[in-house]
Design a protein around this ligand. Structure first.
Ligand SMILES: NC(=O)c1ccc[n+]([C@@H]2O[C@H](COP(=O)([O-])OP(=O)(O)OC[C@H]3O[C@@H](n4cnc5c(N)ncnc54)[C@H](OP(=O)(O)O)[C@@H]3O)[C@@H](O)[C@H]2O)c1
Length: 287
């Protein structure tokens, strides 16, 4: 087997893919952006290479001798361009197989802006002629860890998504799927798979679960898109990021995010994590 490179190896999905591959003693290269994180990633036993999408030379260096690539691009104003930088460098380096993690509903003509961007990168993988497997995950359960500081202060879920349900997935399950797809191109080559959790929950149900596991009252009030935008602005979030986040909330509010698949079970051979189990594992975060 040729060399495997994992981008975003310190992130939710890439980190889980890296751990899953190392558990199987697979030779793998971890691409790390923040030099301060190199040592901890080395602890996994992986070779570590620095890669910064804003520095195309570092991307080319990280890809030397690589045959299979996990291509994730972080949420950033330049992410569409960064996707192109990565894929063209991969072509140049002779990569043959690309596994992508984009997002549910990603498509160049998607109904939401981030879906268009992710879908554009997915499409470029195909146009450049790689063998590919594209995974399109639902909303990550891990987002609720990011809401923890605000929840601690207010006890109110800051998600303006009305009563619509979402098929939340544990990003670690997505990483385990990525690892399987990387290890088995003979099975997954040419596939596009939506990856969801086992159930679709609305935020009233999520609030009840978080209250149950944390022992404090957490409520959901349906939320207001404009008010959320103003709040994010007051927190200093850049305009592009606010626009993306609100477009995701509108996408959910309009009912596009409740779709369920059995992908985690099919790819990994074990059931997808339930929100309640995820929440119990992280109960301290909301206490
Ligand atoms: N959150 C959701 O609900 C959700 C749902 C579906 C799809 N997605 C998609 O999933 C992706 C995010 O995945 P994630 O949650 O695994 O990521 P994450 O945990 O947010 O981590 C981001 C990763 O990107 C790396 N990174 C940041 N800036 C970089 C740069 N300039 N060059 C190279 N690498 C850089 C970070 O490295 P350092 O730590 O070293 O800086 C880190 O490994 C996005 O594409 C998002 O659209 C998210």
């Amino acid at each position: 087997m040729g060399k495997i490179l994992i981008t975003g190896a310190t992130g939710n999905v890439g980190g889980a893919a890296l751990r899953a591959l190392r558990e199987k003693d697979t030779d793998v290269i971890a691409a790390v952006h923040d030099p301060a994180k190199v040592e901890s990633v080395r602890g996994t036993g992986a070779e570590v290479r620095l890669l910064d999408y804003a520095d195309p030379d570092s991307v080319a260096r990280a890809l030397e001798g690589v045959d299979r690539l996990f291509a994730m691009v972080p949420l950033h104003e330049d992410m569409r361009r960064w996707g192109s930088v990565l894929l063209h460098a991969a072509k140049e380096a002779g990569v043959s197989y690309v596994v992508r993690s984009s997002s549910m509903g990603a498509d160049a003509n998607a109904h939401y802006q981030l879906g268009k961007i992710q879908g554009g990168i997915d499409g470029e993988v195909e146009v450049l002629g790689f063998d590919f497997a594209v995974l399109r995950p639902a909303t990550f359960m891990q987002n609720y860890l990011a809401y923890a500081p605000l929840l601690k202060r207010t006890g109110v879920l800051p998600v303006p998504e009305g009563k619509q349900a979402t098929s939340f997935v544990d990003a670690r399950d997505v990483g385990a799927c990525v690892a399987q797809a990387l290890l088995h191109p003979e099975t997954y080559r040419g596939t596009v798979t939506m990856v969801t959790g086992p159930e679709a929950l609305d935020n009233h149900q999520v609030a009840a679960i978080l209250s149950g596991v944390s022992g404090r009252e957490i409520v959901y009030q349906g939320g207001d898109i404009e008010a959320t935008g103003l709040y994010l602005e007051s927190q200093g979030m850049p305009e592009w990021d606010i626009h993306m986040q609100l477009s995701l909330h509108r996408h959910a509010r309009n009912g596009y995010t409740g779709f369920l698949t059995k992908a985690v079970e099919h790819l990994t051979g074990r059931p997808a994590t339930r929100f309640e189990d995820f929440a119990r594992e992280h109960a301290q975060a909301w206490q």
